[in-house]
Design a binder for this molecule. Structure first.
Ligand SMILES: O=C(O)/C=C/C(=O)CC(=O)CC(=O)O
Ligand SMILES: [Ca+2]
Ligand SMILES: [Mg+2]
Length: 304
């Protein structure tokens, strides 16, 4: 399998209200949205060079972390991440790009979007937690990002259009959609431990939970004149829904290793272990047919 496009730039948004609040609680102690969150789709620039196609092994990253139970005086240490996680996301590919200084408007954003893939934003929570103030994600996330090999075009997804969540307070006019829609895409995460035949489903969620739409993401990305090019990859952020089963990373499901999740076919996890195969799938169900994204998978390889 090969990557479906040559990816020049990759951006990761933060569009799930549930994921944002859960992360705030775990990382900063307060179950709340940042003050900007309801007014713009928050994002960071990720790294395109380490986006890989489904099936590529993901090496547990080495890095610098800070002891989680420290009194604040213990120094940081270096070693393999002990808190390796997945993040279930979807991402879209930019079709026709724009030049530097131009803007994509909310009414024509969809014409610049080619289609969607499944995406795993592998995240090393211990490295991320220690490094990310004040500039955001860096080495805790850029060691690997997996995408599914097949792009589903927006035309193929047309029958699965649905209303997007109501936005309150209303957003600024440049982000206001005349017809506000998203897609009903049921998604699943499964873990298959090394040597096991059966996989255990650990998350069931849906793309439709996201507060910010793909049209709003792309419009916001270019509102300052930032150019986008054909093949750029813009990801949704972790697609967590309202209930625990839909929380789309282990950080949320185990409250950052405070408790275990139990796998259907035996075993427990706080975070991923070497040899775990993490399998994302997504399938839109029509009347007697299914439009599928296939899978986006990757096996955790030991640190080297
Ligand atoms: O709340 C934080 O400090 C960071 C949270 C993330 O890791 C989120 C991120 O990568 C964006 C997302 O997947 O929604
Ligand atoms: Ca992410
Ligand atoms: Mg990543």
């Amino acid at each position: 399998m090969e990557l479906p496009a040559s990816i020049g730039d990759y951006t990761d948004f933060f569009c799930s209200e549930h994921h944002t609040k859960n992360c705030s609680k775990i990382f900063r102690g307060e179950y709340a949205l940042p003050p900007n969150w309801l007014h713009l789709p928050v994002a960071y620039h990720g790294r395109a060079s380490s986006v890989v196609v489904s099936g590529t092994g993901i090496r547990r990253p080495m890095g610098q972390s800070f002891p989680p139970t420290s009194d604040g005086k213990t120094p940081p240490y270096f070693g393999p991440s002990r808190r390796l996680d997945y993040e279930l996301e979807m991402a879209f590919f930019v079709g026709p790009g724009i030049e530097l200084g131009e803007r994509i408007t909310i009414d024509n954003a969809i014409d610049h979007i080619f289609g969607l893939v499944l995406m795993n934003d592998w995240s090393a929570r211990d490295i991320q937690f220690w490094e990310s103030q004040p500039l955001g994600p860096f080495l805790g996330k850029n060691f690997g990002t997996s995408i599914s090999p097949w792009i589903l075009t927006l035309e193929a997804l047309e029958p699965f259009k649905c209303e997007a969540p109501n936005q309150e307070p209303p957003c600024l006019p440049y982000l206001t959609e005349t017809s506000r829609f998203t897609y009903d895409i049921p998604l699943e995460v499964a873990i298959r431990p090394a040597g096991e035949e059966k996989q255990s489903v650990v998350c069931r969620t849906n793309f439709k939970y996201l507060y910010w739409t793909i049209a709003q993401q792309l419009t916001h990305h270019t509102v300052n004149g930032c150019n986008v090019r054909t093949g750029d990859l813009l990801a949704s952020g972790t697609i967590s829904g309202p209930d625990k089963e839909s929380w789309a990373c282990l950080l949320e499901q185990t409250s950052n290793a405070q408790h275990d999740i139990v796998l259907e076919h035996g075993g427990i996890r706080k975070y991923l272990e070497d040899g775990d195969d993490v399998i994302f799938s997504g399938c839109c169900k029509g009347d007697g047919y299914c439009v599928g994204f296939g899978t986006c998978s990757g096996t955790v390889l030991p640190a080297s």
